[in-house]
Design a binder for this molecule. Sequence first.
Ligand code: HEC
Length: 134
Amino acid sequence: MKSKLVFALSAASVLFAAAVVANPARDAIVAGFAAEAGVSTFSADAGRTMFLGQFTGGKEATPSCTTCHTNNPTAAGRTRVGKPILPMAVSANPERFTDPEKVAKWFRRNCTSVLGRECTAEEKGNFLAFMISQ
Ligand code: HEC
């Protein structure tokens, strides 16, 4: 019991310290996409281009990521039914991209809505690189 508590406390302090600089959970997600894509770095510029891009392959109501997330990553967005979405930029929302299941679920859903297909591992990594740089 005691060792569990010590573990929980040290894990919490690691997370706290990580929120200021880097976050190991987020780094692991990015590393996973890099391994999957077979690349060693991602392009924040390519991520920006996808974020701001207008697409025709998906649903008519959602031609771009900015439809819901707005074209300012540090601003709050809105769902189609008007529910607020917290900012995507890591500087504005340090909890972004730290839960692998959440990241996978929303990439699957949003890429399908906007692009009409799933995003590639490289596209996902580029998108995260952009949001981490913002
Ligand atoms: C129909 C509205 C909508 C569109 C269009 C949209 N998103 Fe999202 N997105 C959401 C919502 C809602 C969430 C979940 C709520 C939250 O994380 O605040 C979300 C969350 C995410 C997440 C998970 C964030 C995290 O913290 O793990 C990623 C990644 C993401 N979106 C990427 C994209 C990309 C890439 C596009 C464009 C290809 C896009 N979204 C377009 C509504 C949208």
